[in-house]
Design a protein around this ligand. Structure first.
Ligand SMILES: [Zn+2]
Length: 902
């Protein structure tokens, strides 16, 4: 079954339905839908009040529905023609708990359809089952109806009825229930509390807060208290003064479905649109039931007979009045940039940007407005796209972008980036260990920003900015790139992590090139700062223009196909457009292709934060630059009278970029190239192709020199004595880092482990082991190459007397000793784990190779010890290594199922 990818920069989407259904599916309950004619019971004394009696003394907010407020209760007035009708519904938290539940997240509840169905004197509030579709009126539709079940949100009492119009007012208290599953999310967070640690909704402390009514949507906000008697050690819950009683505020938005003759367009895996997934049971002509629509706006030219004409209904963005003046120009410029892509398909003025009107009634919650908002969260520093679309068709109803002010502030070397790696998320430090997760986008964007600033400062470029490290032009380009990317999501576009693969290094160094084509083929790529050694580049730092893929994607998704009367009619033309584009410039890959930690990512061209069509060379250059910067970094950081934390932050950004590149390069080791082309496409390739052995050797050489070698971590003692945390705010109370300085050997160990652990996961070992079945021997790396290359990189050339750490007879430095012990432990683990051929097993070959290499290591150590070693620590280290290896080899695993921990 297809799943929509709700990943927007690891962030938040206002509405991403996982499954949706076609407009004609109606659960059985609705087929028995009663007419809204008054029944005798509703007129009785214990039934509904008369409309006039109810509304006297109540406050009404008039919009899509009238919201009545009376004595703290909320009533929703539904007109007769609104009963049994479908609306779009979302439920999102207004506040978070700093973990799992965030302001604005849709992880709790995807967008749904909501329907109010009258039954006698009550109204059932339903979320219809939205997974399946069949053409209305067919036997298949009845079958689908019978197989699905709606969710009943509640059965609301009719509190008033207008006999003249058929309108009813229902009690809204169903919305005070835990509709979005907050308690479950909190319980997941609090699982360490054990028995008694369950959160439950406390209805006595839950109430409606703000309600709003607009012409096309209404907003119901609630404040709900979730209580428990025990709190575990969740860091997230500690943000509350008393986490036993947490108030979570939620905002429910109910919106009308647009009726504007929109025809959906069918999705295709070869191009990156968000999909609105359905399963169609109408036909048996295909084994594939997928009926997936792309998410997009209904944008049409006003005069299709002209080459270009204005949009019939442009997308109007409002810049909220909270955006600082200095940032409005880059935001406006990014949004308007999209007009160029729509002009190419005959639609001018597709996007308009206006300042928020000076009108107290203007409200960003009004669904008619697409708003760019600027927030000031306590611990923010993010940007996100917000989409709301019709889950039947994928038609976009409202979009927006939220930028948190800390995004620009963190990188200015303010406090949050100083926090110790072990105590806070979201700093560059989190990346040093190969971090990935929700904050991956944020920490990487801050790292890009900080790395670029540090480089500019070291080359003397920011001195004119006075106390402030950030030149405005640099900050503006950074922000413009982010808004371009987020607004791309607003048009329905998914990430394209293949976007960096088409351009050469020479092109990226040229201003003439990057100002026209960008630093990658798509703004939907995660592009790092485009930086080269001093004096070799004039290219733009960030992507401030649409790339060729973006033009192509907008054309594919939005250009009209004359004569097509159904989505199916368009398929032939859409296939043709895709085939014509299957070249490097138009390649597409996305989130599902970069899941490296899960083992699903295999193609090293599909990466985030890389540049050029030669990642290995580019990373070699970036790592060289990083090392050069670390040699001079303490000459410019900190400035006079500034804290040493500035130096530490700059160091973290630079070291973070260095570490990130080692991971990018490592993905060539044991990788394979993937192709999304289909048979019959021009330039079609087989889905899998080998990475040439020579390419893998190049990649491994970069790792050997920049990650595993001792030289890679050589920093001057003077620098190490300055890399300290000086901040002494009250935040440190009870939260002090364990050391004042940075333990460089820990950073090295983390960076090395991130690569080694991934290469030696069972799924990777299995893939290395069976390469020989797909490719002829010597074409690409095999499992033997992995073990022998690593053995050589970690221990030196153990088989030779001439070189290598162990054979050299010289002292072995600290970082090297740690690497050797850690890698020996990895071998010992593999040597004793029961091997097997099932998915998820360590292959027997890997187990055998681990044992072989441990034996080889022992042999080398014994020879080295026999020749004599220069100091006590080196001797102790070698003897310990030997003991580790001996123990691993002597323990014959098999049935004991032992787990060794070294
Ligand atoms: Zn994104």
């Amino acid at each position: 079954m297809k799943r929509a990818y709700p990943i927007i920069c690891g962030l938040l989407v206002l509405a991403m339905p996982v499954f949706t259904f076609g407009p004609a599916v109606r659960p059985l309950a609705v087929q028995a839908r009663p007419q809204p004619s008054p029944s005798p019971s509703s007129a009785s004394d214990d039934g509904a009040a008369t409309y006039a009696k109810y509304t006297s003394g109540a406050t009404g907010q008039h919009g899509l529905f009238t919201i009545w407020r009376k004595n703290g209760d909320i009533g929703i007035e539904l007109q007769a023609n609104q009963l049994g009708v479908d609306y779009i519904e979302t439920g999102i938290p207004i506040n978070g708990v700093g973990q799992s539940i965030f302001s604005g997240t849709t992880d709790l509840q995807p967008v749904r359809i909501i329907r109010f169905v009258r039954q006698d004197d009550k109204v059932a509030i339903l979320f219809p089952s939205t997974r399946f579709y069949a053409k209305p009126g067919t036997p298949q539709a009845i079958s689908v109806d019978m197989a699905t079940a709606p969710t009943v949100v509640g059965v609301a009492k009719i509190v008033a009825e207008n006999k003249a119009t058929g309108a009813v007012v229902i009690d809204a208290s169903s919305f005070l229930q835990d509709i979005t599953g907050v308690a479950d999310a909190l319980n997941d967070l609090n699982s360490s509390a054990g028995p008694g640690g369950e959160y439950r909704l406390d209805s006595t402390r839950s109430f409606f807060t703000q309600t709003k009514a607009f012409p096309e949507n209404v907003i119901l906000s609630v404040a709900q208290t979730f209580s428990t008697s025990r709190v575990g050690d969740s860091e997230g819950l500690s943000v509350s003064p008393d986490a036993r009683n947490l108030q979570i505020q939620l905002q429910y938005n109910i919106a009308a479905i647009p009726h504007d003759n929109y025809m959906p367009r069918l999705a295709d895996d070869r191009i990156g649109y968000f999909i609105n997934a359905h399963m169609d049971f109408t036909h048996d002509i295909s084994t594939n039931k997928d009926m997936n629509y792309i998410v997009r706006w209904n944008l049409q030219p006003s005069d299709p007979s002209k080459r270009v004409s204005p949009a019939t209904k442009p997308i109007v963005y409002y810049l909220s009045n909270t955006i600082p003046y200095r940032y409005r120009a880059p935001i406006r410029s990014a949004l308007l940039e999209w007009n160029k892509a729509f002009e190419k398909i005959g639609i001018s003025n597709a996007i308009e940007v206006r300042d928020q009107p000076n009108d107290p009634n203007f409200d960003p919650d009004d669904i008619r407005y697409n708003v760019i908002r600027w927030l000031a969260e306590v611990n923010g520093g993010f940007a996100e796209a917000q989409l709301l679309y019709n889950p039947y068709t994928g038609e976009m109803v409202k979009a927006g972008v939220v930028v948190d002010s800390d995004l620009m502030r963190f990188a200015n070397f303010e406090y949050p980036s100083y926090v110790a790696p072990e105590t806070k998320k979201g700093t560059a430090s989190t990346f040093l260990g190969g971090g990935s997760g929700d904050d991956d986008f944020l920490s990487n964007e801050r790292m890009n920003f900080g790395f670029g600033l540090t480089a500019l400062e070291l080359s003397g470029g920011t001195a004119a900015s006075g106390d402030y490290y950030v030149p405005q032009k640099y900050a503006d380009e950074f922000l413009e790139a982010i808004v371009l990317h987020e607004s791309g999501h607003d048009f329905g576009l998914r990430h394209n992590f293949m976007g960096s693969d088409a351009y050469t290094a020479k092109q990226l160094k040229s201003k003439a090139f990057t100002s026209r084509y960008g630093v990658s083929t798509s703004v939907m790529e995660y592009s790092p700062v485009n930086l080269w050694p001093k004096g070799t580049s004039t290219g733009d730092y960030y992507q401030t223009v649409l790339g060729p893929y973006d033009y192509y994607a907008i054309q594919w998704g939005y250009a009209a196909i004359p004569g097509a009367r159904s989505p199916q009619d368009e398929v032939h033309t859409l296939d043709r457009w895709l085939g014509a584009g299957s070249t490097a410039t138009y390649q597409f890959s996305s989130d599902e292709d970069v899941m490296w930690n899960e083992g699903a990512g295999v193609d090293p061209r599909n990466q985030q934060w890389d540049l050029t069509n030669d990642n290995i060379a580019w990373c070699g250059t970036q790592m060289g630059m990083a090392r050069d910067m670390l040699h001079t970094i303490d000459q410019r950081f900190p400035r006079v009278q500034a804290p040493y934390d500035d130096l530490r932050s700059a160091f973290e950004y630079v070291a973070g970029v260095h570490s990130r590149c080692s991971q990018i390069v490592s993905r060539y080791i044991g990788g394979e190239y993937l192709s999304r082309t289909l048979r019959g496409d021009p330039h079609a390739k087989l889905p899998l192709s080998p990475i040439p052995l020579a390419t893998e050797k190049r990649a491994f050489a970069v790792l050997r020199n920049n990650l595993f070698s001792t030289d890679a971590w050589n920093l001057s003692p003077a620098l190490l004595r300055q890399l300290v945390t000086q901040y002494r705010g009250d935040d440190w109370l009870g939260n002090a880092p364990p050391r004042h300085d940075i333990a460089i050997e820990t950073l090295a160990a983390k960076a090395q482990a991130a690569t080694i652990d991934r290469l030696f996961t069972p799924v990777m070992l299995q893939r290395f082991d069976d390469m020989d079945l797909k490719y002829s021997s010597g074409t690409t790396m095999d499992v033997g190459d992995l073990f022998s290359w690593m053995q050589s990189a970690v221990f030196g050339d153990t088989g030779s007397t001439a070189s290598g750490d162990i054979a050299s007879g010289k002292a072995i430095p600290l970082i090297r000793r740690n690497l050797q012990r850690a890698y020996a432990a990895k071998l010992a683990f593999l040597a004793n784990i029961p091997g097997g051929a099932a998915t998820g097993d360590v292959p027997p070959d890997a187990q055998a190779l681990a044992r072989y290499e441990l034996g080889d290591l022992r042999h080398a150590i014994r020879r080295a010890l026999g020749r004599g070693v220069p100091d006590l620590v080196t001797r102790a280290h070698l003897e310990a290594l030997d003991a580790d290896a001996q123990r691993a080899l002597d323990v014959h695993g098999g049935s004991s199922g032992l787990s060794l921990s070294f």
